[in-house]
Ligand binder design. Structure first.
Ligand code: UDP
Ligand code: GLC
Length: 398
């Protein structure tokens, strides 16, 4: 189902929605952008998206009928890492330019919704020079691993001073914001929502065809579906597979933010003789639900606390047993042994044991998967997301 169809039923309502300028610094297809795609599609009759980069996200927005403006920011501003100690200082002139762009475009809107940290800093600076109220949709856990002290202080200070609301994608994200000095009264929990119907329409024949194409036969298949990045921990699954001689691994995703070294490291691991013929590396795919349904187990392997983890909920919706690492929001999405399995982050041995246990008892694994699916359907639908999101935006004064 495409986004057009997905939001068919919501078309009659949008006039009641607020006029929002959504801003994102990136145009890749990461979880933050895929989540924004759903929001912006629902708001397309009143709102617009401003991107500071060009790429497949712009194409997906346009295909969904969302008005998009691309203002290319200087490359240095986009590529500087949030973990860079002096990153904010290095890109300050570019952030000023981005703020000016936001302030100019935002004149026609009631609110600015910032979907990334760089977008938020630009939007907050725009607010300081007379722009409209800013809502920061915080989708990251503000820890030292991902954000330098200076970047955290800058973002939190600007949030406390300029944000009308900080929407957090999980309790874990909200707690980290408050621990970093953020004002608790700004925080509103907005869990992500996923298109449940897409998973309900999965055709078992398609899963069989995928398994056939991969040439895995009857062998157990464990899939991991994240972008290639050290903290997403695909290497931990490959390490676990070394201990499970019959298990095949499906590696889906690509490096979205230039993680060349990590990709090379994974290639070296996958080429080990004991993994020969057992690692199926398929790159970025847009048929994740069908690929998940072709797996026996969906693995989430992040070595750092996960801010939300769409892939966990997608695995549940695909009615597959999900094994995830117990850090960050995973513990909000999965009740261990009830709606999925939790293992310690970075522990290949524990992951291998969890996989082995699930494969040894298919009845228990299927029961886990069914309970996971019921929980995900009830809690993480697009309708639930939009109801919370609409309410959060309605509560922001003009
Ligand atoms: N995804 C995708 N194709 C791929 C790999 C991942 O469409 O090849 C999607 C995946 O289905 C999920 C999103 O990318 O919806 C990743 O979101 P998540 O919240 O799990 O992690 P993030 O990358 O945002 O940290
Ligand atoms: C970020 C987080 C991910 C979350 C996504 C959508 O990319 O890393 O955990 O699911 O945003 O909110």
């Amino acid at each position: 189902m495409n986004c057009e169809q997905k939001f068919e039923g919501l078309r009659s309502e949008p006039s009641t929605r607020r006029r929002v300028l959504f801003v994102d610094h990136a145009a890749v297809l990461g979880g933050a952008e895929l989540s924004l795609l759903d929001l912006a599609t629902a708001y397309r009759q009143t709102s617009q998206v401003l991107l500071f980069a060009d790429g497949p996200f712009r194409e997906r927005l346009e295909a969904a009928g969302v008005p998009v403006v691309v203002n290319l920011a200087p490359e240095a501003a986009l590529s500087v890492r949030t973990s860079d100690r002096f990153g904010a200082l290095k890109v300050f002139p570019a952030l000023g330019w981005m703020a000016h762009r936001v302030a100019t475009l935002a004149c026609d809107f009631e609110l600015v919704h910032a979907n990334s940290q760089k977008a938020f800093v630009a939007a907050a600076l725009a607010r300081l020079i007379g722009g409209p109220p800013v809502v920061w949709h915080l989708r990251d856990i503000l820890t030292a691993r991902h954000f330098s002290g200076l970047n955290r202080r800058l973002a939190v200070t600007l949030a406390n001073r300029c944000a009308a609301r900080v929407l957090v994608n999980s309790r874990a994200t909200g707690q980290a914001f408050v621990a970093a000095g953020g004002r608790p009264d700004l925080v509103t929990l907005v869990y992500n929502g996923l298109p449940v119907e897409v998973f309900d329409r999965l055709d078992p024949a398609q899963s069989l065809a995928i398994r056939h194409e991969l040439g895995v036969g009857e062998a157990p298949l464990v899939g991991v579906f994240s972008r290639l990045s050290y903290w997403k921990g695909q290497h931990v699954l490959l390490e676990a597979a070394r201990q499970l001689p019959n298990v095949h691994v499906l590696l889906v995703g690509e490096a979205l933010f230039g993680e060349v070294e990590y990709t090379a490291q994974l290639k070296t691991l996958a080429a080990l003789p004991e993994l020969a013929g057992r690692v199926h590396w398929v790159g970025f795919r847009s048929d994740v639900p069908a690929l998940m349904a072709a797996c026996d187990i969906v693995a989430h392997t992040s070595t750092e606390p996960e801010p939300f983890g769409r892939v966990i909920v997608e695995g549940q919706l695909a009615r597959r047993p999900v094994v995830a690492t117990a850090a960050g929001a995973s513990t909000e999405l999965i009740e261990d042994g009830v709606t999925g399995c939790l293992v310690p982050p970075g522990d290949a041995q524990a992951l291998a044991s969890a996989i082995e246990k699930l494969l040894a008892d298919s009845g228990a694994a299927q029961a886990l998967a069914e309970r996971g699916a019921a929980h995900a359907r009830a809690t993480f639908s697009l309708e639930a997301l939009l109801a919370t999101f609409d309410q959060a935006l309605q509560s922001v004064p003009n």
